[in-house]
Design a protein around this ligand. Structure first.
Ligand code: SAM
Length: 228
């Protein structure tokens, strides 16, 4: 048995009860170091822990697959929700195992961004640039979403298509310099927030940052800046 479990973007509060139970029952827990560290208090003392980085993930996932085929219950933990910008990693897990694996949703940094920015996903396009290969189809999709007057929640690509690069690209594509943008870093774990316009977005952000580009539609009268 092997499952891929989303553990939320940065704090145990965002791990589902079902995800926590799977981790507590696992014989093997694997994932990127940062994600494993988040859920370390839940890992049973008897479980084998396999941590990986970007460079050695193929070798480490082969170890996990061997333990899975030897009958161990394996939990591979992922940041946020694997269905948001996680499929390249899921494909690597499935390639190592030789079959499809179960995925258990978590809470994505994109969902927390929607909550912080008070936008509804019905009116928002989610886009990730955190992928290997040619970004141009995704860049064009972002321009079209904004032209269609939708909000966009966007994951940048470290380090060659970061927030300032995305802003510069959108300005070149004719988006207005006054379009509002917000950026959150380290959501749910010591987070910080930046708010400004595309034209003002020239600063540096960490690789743990996510953007909300607001549609040009005005907010309902009187609601901007209102507290709960
Ligand atoms: C490969 S994507 C995986 C996203 C993840 N599956 C999710 O649902 O949040 C990794 C990127 O998500 C964004 N991200 C993940 N957690 C974050 C957090 N706590 N705060 C801000 N951005 C975050 C960052 O842009 C990070 O580089």
């Amino acid at each position: 048995m092997i499952s891929c479990i989303g553990v939320g973007p940065g704090h145990l509060d965002y791990l589902t009860l079902g995800g926590a139970r799977r981790i507590e029952e696992a014989g093997v827990v694997a994932g990127f170091q940062y994600v494993v560290d988040l859920i370390r208090p839940l890992i049973p003392a008897s479980a084998a822990v396999i941590t990986m980085g970007y460079k050695d993930q193929t070798e480490r996932l082969a170890e996990v697959a061997a333990l899975h085929h030897a009958g161990k219950v394996c939990a591979v933990v992922f940041m946020g929700d694997i269905h948001f910008s996680g499929f390249q990693l899921l494909e690597r897990v499935e390639k190592a195992c030789g079959h499809k694996v179960e995925t258990l949703p978590g809470i994505s940094s994109a969902q927390v961004t929607a909550a912080r920015g008070r936008v509804c996903f019905d009116e928002t396009t989610f886009l990730t640039f955190h992928r290997r290969g040619d970004l141009s189809p995704f860049q064009e999709h972002l321009v079209h979403a904004l032209q269609d007057d939708r909000n966009a929640i966007v994951i940048p690509r470290p380090w060659d298509f970061m927030p300032k690069d995305i802003a510069a690209y959108l300005l070149r594509e004719g988006r207005p310099a006054g379009q509002m943008v917000e950026i959150w870093e380290h959501l749910t774990g010591g987070e910080s927030h930046w708010k400004g316009t595309l034209g003002e977005l020239t600063g540096e952000f960490s690789d743990l940052s996510i953007m909300l580009i607001r549609s040009l539609r005005p907010l309902p009268t009187g609601l901007e800046g209102e507290k709960f």
